[in-house]
Design a protein around this ligand. Structure first.
Ligand SMILES: *[C@@H]1O[C@H](CO)[C@@H](O)[C@H](O)[C@H]1NC(C)=O
Ligand SMILES: *[C@@H]1O[C@H](CO)[C@@H](O)[C@H](O)[C@H]1NC(C)=O
Ligand SMILES: *[C@@H]1O[C@H](CO)[C@@H](O)[C@H](O)[C@H]1NC(C)=O
Length: 362
């Protein structure tokens, strides 16, 4: 297809899109670009030839609109889906489902680069091809940005991207990797390690900024010492205090890093979400969020349904909306909804220095 025809098709596609959006829900931003791990993966790993970090089998997806597994590590929609709904956008499609076409039209409302198992560092998972590490997700975004510039021109692209959201949910796997690896522990103290995480992330955020990103949504690490996979290691099913402690330490470093970045880079805005606190609140006051079960996974086998992951042979709970955790690591759709409701409209206790609604109008 020649350039003119493609440009015509693109503008035609865009006007149809605007019309259809005008008739449905008001679109709040031009696009959402999503980066991160299994908490927001919408199916990229399904396209990795050798990955075993997959969720494209039952019972994942039993509460998804199609009732089918999609690659989401969840019973239904995940946080990326709920955020897209709030924004009046379709869920950003997996990059690897679009990359053959390399057409700007398919990237217009955003793309998801997120990959289950991903971390800030190139962990062992990632070097073995199990998932797409964060630095590579940023490379993929830069490739998309170049295609947008080619087809829309640089000033239209700049405008489009400056109003778009860059959503980043990453870091949990780095913490799990560290406490699971004596090599990593020999190389760095936990404080050095979490500092290095924040610093490495900073470098990648700068690359995104250089390629047009201005509005960032960054989530801190949750209370991951309380996931069923961690609780099951403790006789009395307590949360891992060590994992929680260093997650908080990382979150502190992340916030300090963001503050610094805010004064270094002109025109940058961000919303930091305190996933840790909201998760602790839900675990300590389950009834105020409609939860009954905060320790056991819904889908899995063995103690706390956390000794065997959520596989087709595993059992699953009948009421998914009263469980905080879907499987040994991941929240249920119900929990994801609580997170996104809070991140979007929540108070400054959880959203620093602003929530996502405020970020959009900043
Ligand atoms: C990960 O690997 C890529 C490609 O080899 C490299 O460019 C990048 O710097 C590495 N990132 C980290 C954090 O080690
Ligand atoms: C279980 O957790 C509690 C509270 O963190 C801790 O005091 C205890 O040592 C843990 N037990 C084991 C076996 O790790
Ligand atoms: C599931 O749990 C929720 C929250 O506790 C409750 O409101 C709902 O009635 C339960 N649904 C069923 C089918 O038991």
């Amino acid at each position: 297809m020649d350039y003119m025809a493609e440009t015509f098709l693109l503008s035609f596609f865009l006007s149809v899109l605007r019309l259809s959006v005008a008739f449905s829900r008001a679109q709040m931003v031009p696009a959402a670009f999503v980066f991160g791990d299994s908490l927001v993966d919408v199916g990229n790993n399904n396209y990795l030839p050798v990955s075993i970090a997959l969720a494209d089998f039952p019972h994942n997806g039993i509460d998804f609109p199609t009732k089918k597994p999609t690659g989401r590590f969840c019973n239904g929609k995940n946080a990326a889906d709920f955020l897209a709904e709030k924004l009046g956008l379709p869920s950003s499609p997996p990059y690897l489902s679009l990359s053959k076409k390399k057409a700007a039209a398919s990237y217009m409302n955003g793309v998801s680069f997120a990959s289950g198992g991903a971390g800030i560092f190139n962990g062992t998972d990632q070097t073995l091809g199990q998932s797409i590490p964060f630095s590579e997700q940023v490379d993929d975004y830069i490739a998309v940005q170049k295609i947008l510039v080619q087809q829309m021109g640089s000033s239209a692209t700049e405008k489009h991207l400056s109003k778009s959201l860059f959503v980043i949910v990453i870091g949990s796997n780095d913490i799990f990797d560290y406490f699971g690896s004596s090599d990593l522990q020999k190389k760095n103290t936990p404080q050095q390690f979490v500092d290095l995480m924040a610093n490495t992330l900073k470098g990648q955020l700068k690359r995104l900024y250089e390629s047009g990103a201005r509005k960032f949504v960054l989530t801190g690490i949750g209370a991951i010492g309380c996931v069923p996979a961690e609780r099951v290691k403790n006789k009395t099913h307590e949360c891992s205090e060590e994992t929680n402690f260093w997650s908080v330490k990382y979150n502190e470093g992340l916030q300090a890093m963001l503050k610094g970045l805010g004064s270094e880079l002109h025109g940058i805005y961000y919303s930091y979400f305190d996933t840790y606190s909201i998760m602790q609140n839900a675990i300590r006051n389950p009834s105020s969020y409609g939860f009954n079960e905060v320790q056991s996974a819904c889908c899995g086998l063995g103690e706390l349904k956390a000794e065997v992951p959520c596989l087709p042979v595993s059992k699953y709970c009948s009421n998914r909306s009263d469980h905080v955790f879907w499987d040994l690591y991941h929240p249920t759709e119900a929990t994801a909804r609580v997170f996104v409701d809070t991140l979007f409209d929540g108070p400054s206790q959880y959203c620093v220095p602003m929530n996502v609604r405020q970020l959009i109008s900043a």
